[in-house]
Design a protein around this ligand. Structure first.
Ligand SMILES: [Zn+2]
Length: 346
């Protein structure tokens, strides 16, 4: 791929906060659903080699805003970083009317002054330090996702936030949405399109970003024991859910939006959570090491609800996950087809 210079566009009223560089196409390698380097919603093996060493910071950045902005997945932030700088932490864009875009997340000085912080304890907030810049990118994006959610404009709040990051939020206000393709030679329009499609590829192995219905894989790990597998381990004689193989302490997320109807200890399930969803279907998360929601709480899809563990009747750490037609044991249906119906890639 090659980098192309962006043409700064002067138009009525608002300054265009132009990113320094746009890559000519996503240039993503094939995703690797079975890949071994799959962590926390980011399929590292699918990323270009230059970006892989920054994966832990994209994961950390996503987790740091997950409470307020669960839709900002590590894959989305990484795809944005790639589009901004090609994962080059020392890059500087051409000077524009509103400043020079700097670093892996292409902050201009005025925006950096608001969002930049020292994140890796080296004593300075450095726009050219990828750790500082990636964490600031997530905070700045989250501020715009929240603004987008409040705005009443049409479209996905993450798309609106991306447009705001690229063009400046003033242009999102001006168009009451993602600026159309005729704006800035299509730069903002295509910026949003390319990043979301790249993020879908990089998050694929884990369900990464939310589906259009707001659903996701509940944990960043591969499927283990399947639904309806038979065996003496189970009271019913068969497995009433699916298992995701993950170490103790992995973030567990609500598979979809709903209300927590149970958050506590179940007999053989250890610490468990049950969520009721809008269609009257329930999801259950079992053997958790900790629970971070309470009964009656409303949750969004992708919101952290606890950490995986090995509590209750288990042979090792994993997340046991069920989809049910009622809140209790015995009303299970097959989880994977249900998640697929909700748009989750499994
Ligand atoms: Zn299980």
């Amino acid at each position: 791929m090659k980098a192309v210079k962006v043409v700064a566009v002067a138009a009525a009223g608002f300054p265009v906060v132009v990113l320094g560089l746009v890559l000519a196409g996503a240039g993503v390698g094939a995703s690797d659903p079975a890949g071994g380097s799959v962590v926390s919603g980011l399929n590292v093996a699918a990323m270009p080699a230059a970006g892989r060493k920054y994966a832990p910071w994209y994961i950390k950045a996503s987790e740091s805003v997950a409470g307020e902005c669960p839709t900002l997945s590590p894959a989305l932030l990484a795809a944005q970083g790639y589009q901004e700088s090609g994962f080059n932490p020392t890059i500087e864009g051409p000077p524009t009317g509103s400043g020079t875009a700097k670093g892996i997340a292409q902050f201009i000085d005025s925006t950096w002054a608001t969002w930049g912080r020292d994140e890796n304890g080296d004593g300075r907030a450095d726009v050219f330090d990828p750790a500082d810049a990636i964490m600031a990118q997530a905070r700045y994006m989250c501020s715009m996702v929240k603004k987008a959610s409040r705005s009443g404009y049409g479209g996905d709040p993450v798309h609106l936030a991306l447009a705001g990051y690229n063009a400046g939020w003033g242009w999102v206000d001006y168009y009451k949405g993602v600026p159309p393709e005729r704006f800035a030679k299509g730069q903002t329009y295509h910026y949003v399109r390319i990043i979301t499609s790249t993020a879908a590829k990089w998050g694929t192995a884990l369900g990464g970003p939310l589906s259009t219905e707001g659903w996701t894989r509940p944990v960043a790990g591969p499927l283990g024991t399947a639904y309806h597998e038979t065996g003496a381990n189970w009271v019913s004689g068969y497995h009433t859910g699916v298992d995701f193989t993950v170490p103790v302490g992995t973030t567990v997320r609500a598979a979809g939006p709903g209300t927590v109807v149970k958050a506590g200890v179940g007999v053989s399930y250890g610490n468990e959570i049950v969520i009721r969803h809008d269609d009257g279907v329930y999801s259950q998360y079992a053997h958790l090491s900790s629970i971070s929601v309470s009964e009656g709480q409303k949750v969004k899809g992708g919101q952290k609800v606890g950490l995986s563990g090995a509590t209750g009747n288990v042979t090792g750490p994993h997340l046991h996950f069920e989809i049910r037609t009622g809140p209790g044991y015995g009303s299970d249906i097959s989880p994977v087809p249900y998640l697929r119906k909700r748009g989750v890639t499994m």
